[in-house]
Design a protein around this ligand. Structure first.
Ligand SMILES: Nc1nc2c(ncn2[C@@H]2O[C@H](COP(=O)(O)OP(=O)(O)OP(=O)(O)O)[C@@H](O)[C@H]2O)c(=O)[nH]1
Length: 466
């Protein structure tokens, strides 16, 4: 997608003006608006955050694609106006602001209808984008795998298709390149819809292919007997930093939202000797546009299937509770029970940012939650708490997995090879008569197979180091 160029604004500002109300200001200079509508039924999600916290988040989102935020306001509204979303007085006021700051772009952190968007663009002589458009841009820039790129492009096209009330300059350009398109009698919107429809079909076909390949990869990875530990968390919680700390691998970790659109997998050996596959995932966000839910699902398959889910939370953030609730919502949407303490471990990150009092409070509340619900306070930045975290993972793993003891004929090379491929071999000793005594560990669903094939016995023994 053309918008993936980081220097380009979502407005596609480099394109030639098609109408007189094209942006007059600099399209990288953005005014950020958070409309705050009086509470209405069914808007619970939005109300978790104060308008100021939402403004901070909106500014962060704009900054995530290198936009220069020149002004940011919370706009109190009693009701949404069908034509312009905001009341006429506010529209005028903001128009002045846009002009004064020579902004070419206004980000309205709300779902705007195509008509509202168009009217506001006219009123402000600036490009207007809503939350969905901005998030799509961010996801588009951060997509790292082919599947991620295709999913975001598909979401983008569906979004465009639903908003065909105005010309889309890139489509015009495309039409210029294919002069045969747009036969007689075909309106511009019909032609645009057809072009978008064709591209959607093409991308869907490509996605099918990519998915098939990925399914094959997943199947082969499943043969590796290591459990998958997935990191989830609100955007900017510190997942990539923690991932790096745990793997000492280099993935993009920076103070940007969505540094990780696609899952990243690394094999990690814990100090206890346990091998795990660590999976970094996309940062969650509140009010995720519906167009992206499908893309999210695909990239989050790792989470759905993970043996352990680490929920990374920024406990130094004033909105940490609301963020945790948003993450729980997304997990629920994926069919994962966020209250399943058996599978989830909460990692309370960024404790280095807390003052003495905050630290004491955090450690005390962590200590109050016992057993599986016990959260692990850490600093991915300084490394504090990493040993405790690894130990917690190892404990959870050894508890959930089944340890089996078996004897093997030394001539059964094939059987031995099979065991190494399909289980974790914890111990291997040869008796005087040559018989191999093996202790292996597997996920419970594999145990039956090994019991039948090798006459293995379940044992309570665990590796001493754990
Ligand atoms: N002070 C402090 N900063 C941290 C810590 N962990 C991460 N950060 C910072 O927080 C910012 C976001 O960290 P990331 O690791 O990119 O966060 P993420 O959760 O992967 O972000 P997304 O990919 O956007 O979801 C970066 O500036 C990190 O340096 C921590 O323990 N302490």
């Amino acid at each position: 997608m053309e918008s993936r160029n980081p220097r380009r604004s979502p407005a596609g500002s480099g394109e030639s003006p098609a109408t007189t109300d094209e942006p007059t200001g600099d399209a990288t200079r953005v005014v950020v608006l958070v409309p705050h509508v009086a509470r209405r039924p069914g808007e619970e999600g939005e109300r978790r955050r104060s308008p100021e916290a939402r403004l901070d988040e909106a500014v962060g989102l704009a900054g995530a694609i290198d936009l220069d935020v020149v002004a940011a306001h919370v706009i109190g509204l009693s009701t949404v106006r069908p034509a312009t979303y905001l009341g006429s007085g506010k529209v005028e006021e903001i128009g002045e602001d846009v002009k004064a700051h020579e902004a070419g772009l206004v980000f309205v952190d709300a779902p705007l209808s195509p008509v509202q968007q168009r009217n506001l663009e006219k009123a402000w002589s600036a490009k207007v984008i809503d939350r969905t458009a901005l998030i799509l841009e961010i996801f588009g820039q951060r997509a790292r795998t082919k599947e991620g790129v295709l999913q975001v492009e598909l979401a983008h096209l569906n979004y465009q298709k639903s908003r065909l009330v105005r010309s889309w300059t890139h489509l015009e350009r495309q039409r210029g390149g294919f002069g045969f398109l747009g036969g007689p009698g075909e309106t511009q919107i019909e032609a645009d819809r057809r072009i978008i429809g064709e591209r959607i079909t093409k991308i869907e076909r490509e996605l099918e292919q990519v998915k098939r390949t990925r399914a094959l990869h997943r199947a082969s990875r499943k043969k590796v007997p290591y459990p998958v530990v997935a990191l989830v968390g609100y955007t900017n919680a510190g997942k990539s930093t923690l991932f790096n700390r745990l793997t000492a691998a280099s993935v993009m970790a920076q103070d940007l939202l969505f540094a990780t659109l696609d899952p990243t997998l690394r094999q990690v050996k814990l100090d206890t000797g346990d091998q795990i596959i660590l999976s970094d995932t996309v940062g969650f966000i509140s009010d995720l546009p519906t167009q992206l839910v499908a893309a999210f699902r695909a990239t989050l398959e790792e989470v759905i299937e993970a043996d352990i889910i680490l929920h990374v939370r920024d406990v130094s953030h004033e909105d940490t509770a609301a963020q945790a609730a948003d993450v729980a919502d997304v997990l629920r949407g994926l069919g994962v029970d966020p209250d399943d303490d058996h599978r989830l471990i909460e990692v309370w990150n960024k404790i280095d940012r807390l003052d003495e009092e905050g630290r004491t409070r955090t450690f005390n509340s962590a200590a109050r939650l016992t057993g599986d619900a016990h959260p692990i306070p850490v600093s991915a930045l300084t490394g504090e708490g990493m040993d405790e975290l690894k130990l917690a993972i190892a404990r959870r793993l050894s508890r959930d997995r089944v340890t089996l003891a078996l004897d093997l004929d030394p001539a059964d090379g094939e059987g031995l090879g099979w065991l190494y491929r399909h289980s974790e071999v914890l111990d291997r000793r040869a008796a005087d008569n040559g018989t191999l005594h093996l202790v292996v560990r597997v996920a419970p669903d594999r145990a039956g197979n090994i019991e039948r094939r090798f006459g293995a016995r379940r044992t309570a023994s665990r590796r001493g180091a754990a």
